[in-house]
Design a protein around this ligand. Sequence first.
Ligand code: XIL
Length: 291
Amino acid sequence: RFQQRYDFRTYRQYFGTAADQGTLSVSQVSNIVRANFGQLTPENSMKWDSTEGSQNSFSFSGADYLVNFAQTNGKLVRGHTLVWHSQLPQWVKNIGSASTLTTVIQNHAKTIVTRYKGKFFHYDVVNEMFNEDGTVRSSVFSNVLGTTFVDIAFKAARDADSAAKLYINDYNLDSVNSKVNGLVNLVNSKRADGVAIHGIGTQAHLNAGGAGGVQAALQKLATAADEVCVHEVSRASSNDYLTVVNACLNTPNALVWGVSDKDSWRSGQNPLLFDGNYNAKAAYNAIINAL
Ligand code: XIL
């Protein structure tokens, strides 16, 4: 239903959700996804520990399932995520050599993006690389390569699929704060160096009542990139969902992080648009009425 009113083909906007084989195998979930959402992202199946748990031994079954579901049902698919400090296998964390880590990032990004060339319209190439104060988070990637890991990852993805839009994604970008400023500065400087960062994603795992600064933050982020998307909205009240949707209508795209509260990684916090019995919640109806 969102998608009928939210015509992404005309307005370059969509309303999506996150899922994987486990949740899509529940008929209530797949029915909700078919009826409501225009875009899907793999909740976990494309993370490094799922795709390349040991070096150069790739597993695509979870991502293939999601892509097949999306294609069969006419949904856009968004790749999440190529380089992230979390859900990262120990063998990557142990790398101490810059040249080895460079090759490992290149091989990981190239192998995945090449396999799905033409199928994913977006990738979160780099996820969560900032601290709250806007400095770069300590990880094997930044510790060994400084911020050049960003250049390496985006170039490898770009070389493998020149049509996909490439994103940098982070959380707590819900008002104009130090993290937003750090991210904007990095994107400006990398783009000036020719790195193909097309879009900035903001996760918006809000605390209830925390959506008031979202639009200003989106506008600030949009100064640095061609596109801005709200990804992973959760834990929001009805009003927050509405505020985020309106901010998106004024700027970019929205992706809800999951379908039912039952399956959410934040299930105790009433985060999503469908309750544990797969019934639409007040927030769902508020959005439908607003669109
Ligand atoms: C979460 C998944 O939803 C959980 O199932 C998993 O256990 C942990 O990761 N930021 C992100 C997402 O970019 O990939 C995370 O997803 C939520 C926070």
